[in-house]
Design a protein. Structure first.
Length: 308
């Protein structure tokens, strides 16, 4: 069983989805979601787009490169300072996105959003790659940082455009992933795979929990916490059922047909998310929220390792 979906990276103190992106993503759910769960080509393309987006969102992806560049504060620097910029994993992400775009199938608006992202990202990368050579070669010490200061506003604007395009793409990708996820749940239930069903349901419910927190203020928002408490109750109920199904599967397992250990790992990680939530509810600390995100991402990774 593979979980088709971008790992959440909604770090309140880091570089993930911002409040606008999360709100727009929720609004997109009311729009037309057109990925046909029975269309293998559309499903393969969605998975390929997800891989590209995840690489763009990852440790050395676009948000990280934007943050790193901003920290250099080029406008305030002098030629005697040490300055560097990095291209991170942007090229790898671009390659994955282009590969996905060339695949057949899927709704037109996903491709249109991908085109905007690929275009904006390509523009930013062209300038960033040139500036990397400029700073790595210390050419800025020869021209008195003239080129660096001249191109700084343009680099910042191009990063902003690429980030906006990434957020717009994420909103549409989220929409399609939720449609695919709903279809996958139905298929698991129809097949009688209740261990798989409750594992995936718990993941989806946890995704909804994490997505409730769109900004730092939500951690202390009583209305958000009340909704989150109700969501946690659902997650714990699903996890209890998942553990029971896992125990049943283990009892029926044989040496040549063992139960995949990743089912247990997913359950453990999601239980840790619940624990992190309760820590956060008590501490009102964004670090505890970031722990929720990390454990959820780990659950996604373990789920993707489940044989199916």
């Amino acid at each position: 069983m593979t979980i088709a979906g971008a790992a959440i990276a909604l770090m309140l103190t880091g570089c993930g989805k911002g409040a606008d992106q999360a709100e727009n993503g929720a609004a997109a759910q009311s729009g037309a979601a057109t990925t046909d769960a029975g269309d293998p080509a559309a499903g393969a393309k969605l998975s390929a787009y997800t891989a590209g987006y995840n690489k763009l969102l990852d440790t050395f992806g676009l948000p990280a490169m934007v943050e790193a560049y901003a920290k250099e504060e080029i406008a305030r620097k002098s030629p005697t300072d040490s300055i560097s910029v990095n291209t991170g994993w942007l090229e790898q992400a671009m390659t994955l996105l282009k590969t996905a775009r060339a695949m057949p199938g899927g709704p037109a608006d996903v491709d249109q959003a991908a085109d905007r992202l690929i275009g904006a990202l390509g523009t930013a990368m062209t300038r960033l790659e040139g500036l990397k050579v400029y700073y790595d070669s210390k050419a800025y010490k020869e021209d008195g940082l003239k080129r660096g200061k001249l191109e700084d506003p343009a680099m910042t604007a191009e990063f902003k455009a690429a980030t906006t395009a990434m957020e717009q793409f994420s909103n549409i990708l989220d929409r399609e992933q939720k449609v695919a996820g709903t279809a996958a749940l139905a298929a698991l239930k129809a097949s009688g795979d209740m261990l798989g069903y409750h594992t995936k349901l718990a993941l989806q419910q946890t995704d909804q929990l994490v997505s409730m927190f769109k900004g730092e203020g939500d951690i202390t928002n009583a209305a958000v916490i009340a909704k989150a408490d109700a969501q946690v109750a659902q997650i714990e109920q699903t996890l209890a059922t998942q553990r029971a199904e896992l125990a049943t599967a283990k009892a029926a397992a044989t040496a040549d047909k063992p139960v995949d250990v990743d089912y247990g790992l997913v359950g453990d990680q999601l239980t840790s998310v619940v624990g992190d939530y309760r820590d956060m509810k008590q501490s009102r600390d964004t670090d505890d929220f970031n722990d929720m995100v990390e454990h959820y991402n780990s659950a996604i990774e373990d789920a993707n390792d489940i044989d199916g």
